[in-house]
Design a protein around this ligand. Sequence first.
Ligand SMILES: Nc1ncnc2c1ncn2[C@@H]1O[C@H](COP(=O)(O)OP(=O)(O)OP(=O)(O)O)[C@@H](O)[C@H]1O
Length: 482
Amino acid sequence: MADFSSLGLSDWLVRQCEQLGINKPTPVQEHCMPAILQGRDCLGCAKTGSGKTAAFVLPVLQKLSEDPYGIFCLVLTPTRSLAYQIAEQFRVLGKPLGLKDCIIVGGMDMVSQALELSNQPHVVVATPGRLADHIRSSNTFSMSKIQFLIMDEADRLLEQGCTDFTKDLETIMGILPAKRQTLLFSATLTDTLQELKKIAMNQPYFWESKTRTVEELDQRYILTPEKVKDAYLVHLIQTFTDQHDDWSIIIFTNTCKNCQIITMMLREFNFPTISLHSMMKQKQRFANLAKFKASVYKILIATDVAARGLDIPTVQVVINHNTPGIPKIYIHRVGRTARAGRNGVSITLVTQYDIHLVHSIEEQTQTKLKEYPVEEKEVLKILTQVNVTRRECEIKLESTDFDEKKEINKRKQLILEGKDPDLEAKRKAELEKIKGQKKLFKQKIQESIQRQKHGQLKKKLMKRKQMKKKKAQYNNITAAGS
Ligand SMILES: Nc1ncnc2c1ncn2[C@@H]1O[C@H](COP(=O)(O)OP(=O)(O)OP(=O)(O)O)[C@@H](O)[C@H]1O
């Protein structure tokens, strides 16, 4: 197996890695780093927790040390917490260089960010929305000479999901030089490969790991009716916390509201629980994440804002409270455990309506999920108590302004996207009306087709009856004649 020196990494960087316990390159590092050092574009698709960050940070630092200037490298990433995590890796590995980095994410003060940008940091780590805002509103910095553009979780950046980065990416690409190295990384690149190749055009080196999830991850499921889900959840957490002192658990939920309710419910059962979702203020999100990382709280309830990239070594268990509808999301969620060669377990709560989702997850990951054994009797014992507690939490949450806040957040988001919230609401209502009318129209057509079919069938049957009658009469006549 290669070592970092034989991949072309300078001694100072090899020493820096050793100090952090990074002694041998992982496969993605072994394959991608030489190509990057040779000046090629690179697309790296490797399993979660396999060291993709260092695979791009190390060669960038090496090149930067040969010709240091600012702004040398731009890293784009879909979430704010990931931006902080990546910047930290640059800072720690690049310490001997006196590296100047700058984090540009939403929810933080724009003026101080603008000042930092104008100070020509070596590396800028940003979420697209906020960086595009800076580009549109100021001319105090230039990215026309960057050497490296890196897109971490590149497939997410190109996806048109709930946060669509397309316009912001166009703005950013508009100020970047054509002559640059472009490095794209994710655990799930293949769906967007063609689009990505349009961004990384400089003879891109493509490397993909054979499997999607790591061997060290024990992937399990529990088949449960929707109403028993929470009882299973409480039972699982009780068992894990009884058995292990030093374990942390991440529970993924489908909505911010559900995330909040489950957090409240688990607290009622005295579990040290904290939440992370997009309706929380940025400072609160960072504070909660820091408390979870420091093991002040052992259980993190999160929406998919935490599904990608977060690197928290103590996480031993990931529980999917809902079965993700998209296998890609499953891969990133369960990848929060079993990182860097450690073991971990993921448990997905599956209702009878989600079985087809499990099949597509199994197809994508080429892994068969195994059933997680649970003492059903124990779960049924706590079922009523858990469901009553949940209902109480729901009522408590309804008495707060959670839904109102959600509405306000939605309006804020629309304003930030340059849209008029009232006009959007009107447009949405009109669309709904049209959809309703279309549905009704379709229904009516179908009814009329049914009626027609019914009528035709009736006619056919009548005709057949008449023919039968005539035939019988004819038979009678011919029988009488003979
Ligand atoms: N060569 C190495 N040897 C040991 N540990 C490593 C090595 N390279 C990186 N690591 C560590 O592995 C952990 C996971 O790395 P990283 O966060 O870069 O994973 P990733 O592949 O980007 O995962 P994800 O797809 O979830 O974002 C980090 O804590 C990192 O310090």
